[in-house]
Design a protein around this ligand. Sequence first.
Ligand SMILES: [Zn+2]
Length: 264
Amino acid sequence: MKIRIGTAGSPTGSNMTGIAVTEKAGLHAMEVQFGRGIQMGNDLAEKIGEERKKYSIGLSVHAPYYINLLSDKAEASRQRIIDSCDRAKRMGASPVVFHPGYYGKLSKQEAYEEAKRQISIILDKVKGWGVEIAPENTGKDTQFGTIEEVLGLANDLKTSFCMDIAHFRAKYRGKENLDDMFAMVPKKHVHFQYSGVEWNSGGEKQHLPIEKAHFTDFARKILERKTDCTIICESPDTFEDAQKMKKIFEDLGWEFEAQKRSKS
Ligand SMILES: [Zn+2]
């Protein structure tokens, strides 16, 4: 069992220089953010891939936010995920996390079937690229992506998945049950996202700094269940809070694996 903790985006603002800084801070992962669009060219992606090989940092990608596989513009949304996978392949990053879309006028069942159909088209395109795609559970009521829907897709399509704990809390307005979530996730590597969260009547409003007590409870459950996982910190101060998350695990007695750098 391995636990890897990382930042959402680079602590330096540059993915190129962020890898070394993240590793130096004792973290294990970095999620490259294409949230506001993919501004990274192929050359840069390949250079980042070279840089990554010098370190132990695992890279993943967050695809653009304006994706809606359940709209009549699904093709453009599919392309954003495929382009994210292309850069991920060049960087040696996996998985590519994405929010599938909005229910709109579709029933839950129709939305599920459509999401499945759209994602299978993407899977055909990226076959053999060595990049997994990971639909993520979402935090707003209008958004497709309950834990059940995301895990259903991952199971039906044999894809990876992303469990965002902040979204889970917002979707259930703080009445969620983490044990239920852990009971549902398959016994394999889990890609988590974590932060504090504020919600309103529609669900998620914004991400907040981590709350020590809540994260400690979450970390305990990971250790009890021996959940092999990566946890990406999505709080407003991802670099500080990711290190706090790591410290909480250490305070619970967990020893992280030594990294390439610290060994040499
Ligand atoms: Zn997300």
